[in-house]
Design a protein around this ligand. Structure first.
Ligand code: NAD
Ligand code: ZN
Length: 248
């Protein structure tokens, strides 16, 4: 592991542009369970059943019971040492942007300034009728589903299964993947497209792809140059410490 961390540090310090692609695993140590693997929420609620736009439109009150529980976990969560290390990497000039599949807003809270949110942000709600957006914190969830002033149903401002990612967001993410020379792929199983295609795009544009994950994924041994086995909260601070040693 130490050898791979040093290899990653060397590649990061030589890169003209490095970006990170993060998934649910990034926030596991902040107390938000990932989809796959162990996690209370998704063992009780099948995301294919609850997180599709069809299911939401069919029965918003039922979906909101799951969303309320997820929302409570999101609002309580704080950045973990992995998020903080990524923010430090940016501050030191070694990271250009973070492309994230997460909807928890923790990268921004940690201090990253260019965060491309592929799947939206669960700290906001969107009215399905008039399109207005609201801070989730200010909305009462006593009665489900919550309603807008106009009477429309409010939905978390996130991309559900069956919905399209905004063209402009996807365009930026692809540009970042095509123009980086190192991509850190942290805590994603790379099963959800189009995010899962970004490491391949980076690789085919000549970038190194470095995975950080406690487990192997579909990218390991195919797209990734190597996998640093461990959690984001454990590996990322080690990596940042090594960079500091190298550059001070
Ligand atoms: P996933 O649940 O499919 O995969 C999680 C990955 O993280 C796995 O490969 C797992 O081995 C790894 N992992 C587990 N603990 C880790 C840790 N401590 N450090 C690093 N890696 C760890 O997640 P995904 O690939 O992001 O896809 C799931 C979809 O669910 C995404 O589209 C995302 O929008 C959504 N989601 C988001 C959140 C969030 O916002 N925090 C939480 C759950 C799901
Ligand atoms: Zn409205």
């Amino acid at each position: 592991m130490q050898r791979l961390i040093q290899r990653a540090v060397k590649e990061l310090s030589e890169a003209k542009k490095a970006v990170a692609l993060t998934g649910a695993g990034m926030s596991v140590e902040s107390g938000i369970p990932a989809f796959r693997g162990e996690g209370g929420l998704w063992e009780r609620y099948d995301p294919e059943e609850y997180a599709t736009i069809e299911a939401f439109k069919r029965d918003p009150a039922r979906c909101w019971r799951m969303l309320k529980e997820l929302g409570e976990a999101l609002l309580k969560a704080r950045p973990n040492p992995g998020h903080l290390a990524l923010a430090e990497l940016e501050k030191m000039g070694f990271l250009s942007s973070v492309i994230t599949q997460n909807i928890d807003g923790l990268h921004q809270e940690a201090g990253n300034t260019d965060v491309i949110e592929l799947h939206g942000n669960g700290r906001r709600l969107l009215c399905l009728s008039c399109g207005r957006r609201f801070e989730t914190l200010g909305i009462s969830l006593e009665e489900l589903p919550p309603k807008c002033r106009c009477g429309g149903i409010l939905k978390p401002d996130v991309v559900f299964f069956g919905e399209l990612i905004s063209e402009s967001v996807l365009y930026r993410a692809r540009r970042e993947a095509e123009t980086c020379d190192v991509m850190l792929v942290i805590g994603t199983s790379a099963m959800v497209y189009p995010a899962a295609g970004l490491p391949g795009l980076a690789k085919s544009s000549g970038s190194k792809v470095i995975e950080i994950n406690p487990q192997r994924t579909v990218l390991t041994d195919s797209i990734s140059d190597y996998l640093i086995t461990g959690s984001a909260g454990q590996i990322m601070p080690l990596l940042v410490n090594e960079i500091k040693v190298l550059t001070t």
